[in-house]
Design a protein around this ligand. Structure first.
Ligand SMILES: [Zn+2]
Length: 329
């Protein structure tokens, strides 16, 4: 039997909450009980490492422990402070958290979160599609839009998480339509189907700076997720740099040492300019949304792949699955 080297697994989490007890039980999040089950599963099959461990190991090109796994949490949700942080702390584990400045500091709801909650409201996705497509027809000239067949062909495709209709809504509102139009449509849908008071909703959704400081003080890693949660890979370099510089302000404010800066590219979007910008600002590592394990973290340090929580079992006693086996278990 050939020797399988130990590969690095990085797991990506977003919402982690007791779903049934929340106002939006249909939000695509990980139920808290399943999170705890998954933690127990990981403890059983892997060695949990911190971001600081990974930074030190890659800098020295040192070996990681057998079957290393790192837990990462995107978008700065209050869930991470309320539910994740205490559960990691009681198990003496250290996670890595990536809050964008616009939610943590400016208390603005990310468009991507507005879309999640619109989709978690009890609205038929096809009605949402109709609303978006009607707006596209009406405003085609004003914004120089493609015809609808083009958008449907490019973006009406399902994936392992979403149906074709739901993914189409997400892609149209996150990326395909011009920024001004997609922000307007997202705003209208959010007000109509979720909440009229954005600020109050933001207060329930995101961790505050004080909460992030408290997490940092207990050894949690806080990294950059940009300032405005932008698709960096599509922006001119100067705009990327301005956003990254603003996000460094948050890292400094929560007490992250400058020698341990990391980046989690929003939407996994980056290009050579992004890598250049973070490398010249002494960032040590960066995370993507590419679904894979890492064979050589030091060589992939600005493009580390991750798994989604849904790729791993959420039952403490489950047998190793495809990804666990690939990790060398
Ligand atoms: Zn994000």
């Amino acid at each position: 039997m050939s020797y399988v080297p130990s590969r690095l697994t990085i797991v990506m989490y977003h919402y982690v909450r007791p779903l049934a007890r929340t106002k939006f039980p249909r939000i695509k999040g990980l139920d808290l009980t399943l999170f705890e089950e998954q933690l127990d599963y990981l403890i059983r099959h892997y060695t949990l490492i911190s971001m600081e461990d990974l930074i030190d190991a890659t800098a020295a090109r040192a070996e990681l422990p057998p079957r290393p796994v790192l837990l990462t949490f995107d978008d700065g949700y209050l869930d991470h402070y309320e539910h994740v942080f205490p559960r990691l702390r009681e198990r003496k584990l250290r996670g890595a958290f990536f809050p964008p400045s616009c939610s943590a500091v400016d208390r603005k709801i990310l468009d991507v979160n507005k879309i999640h909650f619109v989709l978690a409201s009890d609205t038929d996705p096809e009605l949402l599609v109709d609303f978006i497509e009607n707006a596209c027809r009406e405003r085609a000239q004003e914004f120089g839009l493609h015809d609808l067949d083009h958008y449907r062909r490019e973006h009406r495709v399902g994936n392992f998480l979403d149906s074709a209709g739901v993914n189409y809504i997400k892609l149209m509102l996150q990326h395909a339509l011009p920024p001004e139009l997609r922000t307007q449509l997202t705003e209208q849908l959010f007000r109509r189907h979720v909440a009229a008071d954005e600020e109050a909703f933001a207060g329930e959704l995101y961790a505050t700076m004080d909460q992030l400081r408290a997490m940092r003080a207990e050894g949690m890693h806080i990294g950059s997720h940009g300032a405005q949660h932008l698709w960096l890979g599509y922006l001119p370099k100067a705009e990327q740099e301005a956003d990254i510089d603003q996000s460094i302000g948050l890292l400094d404010a929560v007490g992250m040492p400058s020698g341990y800066r990391t980046m989690c590219y929003p939407y996994g979007s980056y290009n050579a300019d992004t890598v250049d910008a973070i490398a010249s600002r002494d960032f040590k590592l960066a995370l993507t949304t590419e679904i894979a394990l890492s064979d050589a973290p030091a060589d992939q340090r600005f493009a580390l792949p991750r798994l989604d929580t849904n790729h791993l079992p959420k039952d403490a006693s489950a047998a190793p699955n495809e990804w666990t086996l690939k990790a060398g278990a």
